[in-house]
Design a protein around this ligand. Structure first.
Ligand code: PGA
Length: 246
C-alpha cells in the first residue's frame, strides 16, 4: 500500500519566527509536508531534515508587476516543493476557479506539487454539492496535461467541517469515501487511467482521534489537518497512525 501523506496547514500561524522554528522542529517527520506562512519558509527550510516544505498559495508568472504576490518559481527556488492552491479561505477572499487554474498550471510548470482544495460550503438535500465539486475540478484543472495530472494532490475539504467554520459539523469517513470515489470518477473521465495515480486526501478538522477512521475508511491517501498541525503532540499522533496504516 502506498504511504499515506499528512500535510499540515498552519494557516496564518504562529505569530513569531521563533515559534515557527520550534513547531517545525517538533513536526519534522517523513511523509509529511508542512505548509507554513510565506514569511517563515526560509527559516523553517533550514531546520527541516525529513519533512517537505509547502506554501499556502502561489501566484502565476515568474516575475512581474503583481504587487504583494509571490510566484511559484520563487517558491521553488527557495526549496518549497508543495503548495496549497484554492483553499476555501482564499476562495472566500475572492479567488475563483479561473485564478486557481492559472496557479495550478504555474505550480506544475515550476516543479511544485499543487494541493488543489475542493469542497462545498453546505450540503443540500438535492445533492447539488456533487455538481459544485465537479465544476471546481473541471475548471481548476482545465488544460492540465494528462502526463501532469498524477503530480497533483486533490484535497477534499468540506467547508462545513473546517474547525473555524461557525456552526461546523463533523464530516464522517463515509462522507469522505463517497466524495473520494466521485472525485476519482471525474478525474478518470477527464484524464483517463493516469487519474488513478492522483492522491486524494481529506481535510476538515482532521485530528488524532478520527485520523485512523478517515485513513482506513475514508477512501483517501492522506489528511490535511489545520488546527491539529499546530499542536505538536496531536500532529505526531496523526503521523504515527498514518505510518501504522501505510
Ligand atoms: P482544520 O483546517 O483542520 O483546522 O479544520 C483544515 C483546513 O482548512 O485546511
Amino acid at each position: 500500500m502506498a504511504k499515506k501523506i499528512i500535510i499540515g496547514n498552519w494557516k496564518m500561524n504562529p505569530l513569531t519566527e521563533r515559534d515557527a522554528i520550534k513547531l517545525a522542529k517538533a513536526s519534522d517527520f517523513r511523509n509529511i509536508v508542512l505548509c507554513v506562512p510565506f514569511i517563515f519558509l526560509s527559516a523553517v527550510k533550514k531546520v527541516l531534515k525529513r519533512a517537505k516544505l509547502g506554501a499556502q498559495d502561489a501566484s502565476w508568472g515568474d516575475v512581474g508587476a503583481q504587487t504583494g504576490e509571490i510566484s511559484a518559481e520563487m517558491l521553488y527556488d527557495i526549496g518549497v516543493r508543495y503548495v496549497i492552491i484554492g483553499h476555501s479561505e482564499r476562495r472566500a477572499m475572492g479567488e475563483n476557479n479561473i485564478d486557481v487554474n492559472k496557479k495550478i498550471k504555474a505550480a506544475l510548470a515550476s516543479g511544485l506539487t499543487p494541493i488543489l482544495c475542493v469542497g462545498e460550503s453546505v450540503r443540500d438535500e438535492s445533492h447539488s454539492y456533487f455538481n459544485l465539486v465537479k465544476t471546481q475540478l473541471e475548471e481548476c484543472l482545465e488544460g492540465v496535461k494528462k502526463d501532469s495530472i498524477a503530480k497533483i494532490v486533490v484535497a477534499y475539504e468540506p467547508v462545513w467541517a473546517i474547525s473555524t467554520t461557525v456552526g461546523r459539523k463533523d464530516a464522517t469517513p463515509a462522507d469522505s469515501l463517497e466524495m473520494a470515489i466521485f472525485i476519482r470518477k471525474i478525474l478518470s473521465d477527464k484524464f483517463g487511467s493516469d487519474a488513478s495515480r492522483v492522491r486524494i486526501i481529506y481535510g476538515g478538522s482532521a485530528n488524532e482521534k478520527d485520523a485512523e477512521d478517515f485513513l482506513r475508511n475514508g477512501g483517501v491517501d492522506g489528511l490535511l489537518p489545520g488546527r491539529a498541525s499546530l499542536d505538536p503532540k496531536k500532529f505526531a499522533e496523526i503521523i504515527k497512525i498514518a505510518e501504522q496504516i501505510s
